[in-house]
Write a protein that binds this ligand. Structure first.
Ligand code: GLA
Length: 671
């Protein structure tokens, strides 16, 4: 069969009805009577979509070339009989014991040279030729067997690629790295130039001499480190592409995806790059129990997932009904919290809500991880909320396909994250996400939607563009950010942006080289602040983390540092640029002042909240192509809250009264 072009293929949600609901289903852990009981429980919960077979290779192929598909046939037939659709996994996320015994060379190797053994999961290198061959084999076998199965709606390739191990240092990885470098640079001279190997006698005379960054006496070449990060992200998605090609060949109409781990904790994979190869974005998200603002981190991750999806609806492939088992202290969710979490993902663009996992395991490492069917059984908070969520999602079916539209953008770049946090920088206190998340939080608190977009994204739709700590930037992206200001947007650039090009070479002549002209400033020298140091600003605010010697060159100073040695030096500047403006921020303001700054920028850009609402209410709006809109109001507080919206509240089916009870959610189809 020849591969169909994207426009000929049905949309990724085509086989699913309404807002899909379900989770990872691991029936291989259970006897048949439990699997049959599952079917009734799934009906009760309103389950419509399950990821099946993620860790089942050793049971599907117990010895090499000997298959046992009986149990999976039965499971899929039974699910199909009650209309449940399946994202069938390639089963490749945990190689079976017979394979690692026969081919220990597939195992991953760390920077220290330690081989990571079997007995857990994800114990393979994506560049292992042997593993590629075997994983292609089981994928092909599964695809051929189930290609026409009525339950099959999607392929779930592997699982959380890059989880546990994201950097690979074995001999085959080293060779793959060299091949990748040769492809990228063409000649060793070009690599030497790019990595600046004249420094510390690091010059290479051939690609054969190049190694992955290992353990060395001092800091490693930053170009080598950055390229190794790029290479590993590429190697993982390349592994996916190999399996996807087999699936496309056998089932050209079945969409394929893999579950990402987009969150403030996952740095290793460039998901904007990966998105090009996924038919639909699927994400796994887990709350960090120790974070008192975990619901805001959730919103950040969901907004970033939407950004990775290019604004299109996405799948929440995993989250938890209650506690996880892998944090130091695994907190059970409060009553109603799981529903709020689920609807917050939905509010921010998800069209499917799923969990890890359907039934809580009684054995294995994850037996204390919550699930849809808990150890306690049906008489439990978790089960009651699982059933309630199933009912709610049915009522919210009209939301499907609608999209969040934002007038503000936060530029987000994995490359800038990687490059800015490689060692030997002016300050280790500059962490890529800190300012981004601080601004995102202020948007969240104000009920204003913001998109997290790649630097290469089309910025035309935005009236406010924030560029935080974008240490590395291409000329094209810098030009596009400048063009947004000239077209009329308010653009804010913060410190440590536009410092280097894609090769991590400093743009000379004064910082920030990529944005000097746009901003009308020139930074002569960095003055990073010491830990705990707070610097005073002329407007009464304070700054931490950073200060620097800014000179005006066309911009006006809005505020200045007031402490030696930067007394009178601008800390915040503004310049008119075309029909818009270009602002520059040279420190990390205290939270209140950061909020005030955002207020100023929002006012200039003419952006206001999605609706009026009491404190503690999260707001997000989804707009449908037919002009209808859905306002999500999620009350995280323990007091009833007022929200200024009119229309039908879809969960109750009643006219919206204007009040969202404490801890509850209203979804208002607006009139
Ligand atoms: C990840 C994995 C799942 C499970 C959960 C537990 O998301 O994909 O298999 O281990 O974590 O939180």
């Amino acid at each position: 069969m020849t591969e169909k072009s994207p426009s000929e293929r049905p949309g990724p949600f085509a086989a699913l009805e309404g807002l899909a609901y379900g989770g990872d289903y691991n029936p291989e852990q259970w006897p048949q009577e439990v699997r049959l009981e599952d079917l009734g429980l799934m009906r009760e919960a309103g389950v419509t979509f399950l990821s099946v077979g993620i860790f089942s290779w050793a049971l599907l192929e117990p010895t090499e070339g000997e298959y046992d598909f009986g149990w999976l046939d039965e499971v899929l037939d039974n699910l199909a009989a009650q209309g449940i659709k399946v994202a069938l996994a390639t089963a490749t996320a945990a190689p079976p014991a017979w394979l690692t015994h026969k081919h220990p060379e597939i195992l991953p190797v760390t920077a220290e040279g330690t081989t990571l053994g079997p007995g857990s999961r994800r114990h393979y290198s994506p560049s292992s030729a042997v593993y590629r061959r075997y994983s292609a084999g089981i994928t092909r076998t599964l695809a051929l067997r189930y290609r026409n199965h009525p339950a099959l709606a999607m392929w779930h390739v592997d699982n959380e690629l890059g989880c546990h191990v994201a950097q690979f240092h074995g001999p085959e990885d080293a060779q793959a790295f060299r091949d990748w470098l040769e492809q990228r640079y063409g000649s060793i001279a070009a690599l030497n130039a790019s990595w600046g190997t004249a420094f510390w006698s690091q010059n290479y005379s051939s690609f054969n001499e190049v190694l992955p960054p290992g353990i060395a006496p001092s800091t490693l070449n930053p170009g080598q480190q950055l390229d190794f990060q790029r290479f590993n992200s590429w190697a993982l998605i390349e592994y996916y592409r190999n399996l996807r090609a087999i699936l496309r060949e056998i089932t050209p109409n079945i969409p394929a995806t893999t579950n990402l781990m987009v969150s403030s904790a996952t740095k290793d994979m460039d998901y904007f790059d990966w998105a090009k190869d996924l038919d639909v974005i699927a994400n796994d998200h887990y709350l960090v129990a120790a974070d008192p603002e975990r619901h805001i981190e959730l919103a950040f991750s969901a907004d970033l997932t939407r950004g990775v999806a290019g604004g299109a609806p996405w799948i929440l492939m995993e989250h938890s009904t209650s506690a996880v088992n892998w944090q130091p202290h695994n907190r059970a969710k409060a009553p109603g919290e799981m529903l709020r979490n689920s609807l917050s993902h939905l509010a921010r663009g998800a069209d499917a809500i799923m969990f890890f996992q359907w039934r809580q395991s009684f054995a294995g490492s994850e037996k204390f991880h919550s699930a849809m069917v808990p150890h306690a059984g049906r008489d439990s908070k978790v089960w009651r909320e699982v059933v309630e969520l199933g009912e709610i999602l049915k009522k919210l079916a009209p939301v499907r396909g609608s999209r969040v539209t934002s007038r503000a953008a936060l530029v987000f770049d994995y490359e800038a994250w990687w490059a800015s946090e490689i060692d030997s920088k002016p300050s280790q206190a500059v962490r890529y996400l800190d300012l981004l998340r601080a601004f995102h939080r202020e948007f969240f608190l104000r009920g204003i939607s913001v998109d997290l977009v790649h630097p290469s994204a089309d910025l035309d739709a935005y009236d406010l563009v924030l560029v935080c700590t974008l240490y590395t930037v291409t000329n094209e992206a810098a030009a596009s950010i400048g063009a947004a200001a000239h077209r009329g947007a308010s653009v804010l650039v913060t410190y440590f942006s536009g410092i280097v090009d894609q090769q991590d070479h400093v743009r000379l002549g004064g910082y920030p080289g990529a944005f000097r002209e746009l901003l009308g400033i020139r930074v002569e020298e960095f003055h990073p602040l010491l830990a705990e140091q707070v610097t005073a600003i002329s407007d009464g605010s304070t700054g931490t983390v950073w200060s620097e010697h800014v000179h005006l060159n066309g911009a006006e100073a809005i505020a200045t540092f007031t402490e030696y040695p930067l007394v009178g030096v601008p800390s915040l500047t503004r310049k008119s640029a075309g029909s818009g403006s270009a602002w520059y921020l040279a420190t990390f303001p205290d939270p209140e002042s950061l909020g005030d700054l955002l207020e100023t920028l929002l006012a200039e850009a003419g952006i206001s909240a999605e609706a009026s609402a009491d404190t503690g209410v999260e707001l997000s709006r989804r707009n449908a192509p037919d002009g209808s809109s859905f306002l999500f109001a999620i009350n995280h507080s323990d007091a009833d809250a007022t929200v200024g919206a009119t229309g039908t509240e879809l969960i109750t089916g009643q006219v919206f009264t204007g009040t969202v009870p404490a801890g509850k959610v209203a979804v208002i189809q607006e009139s």
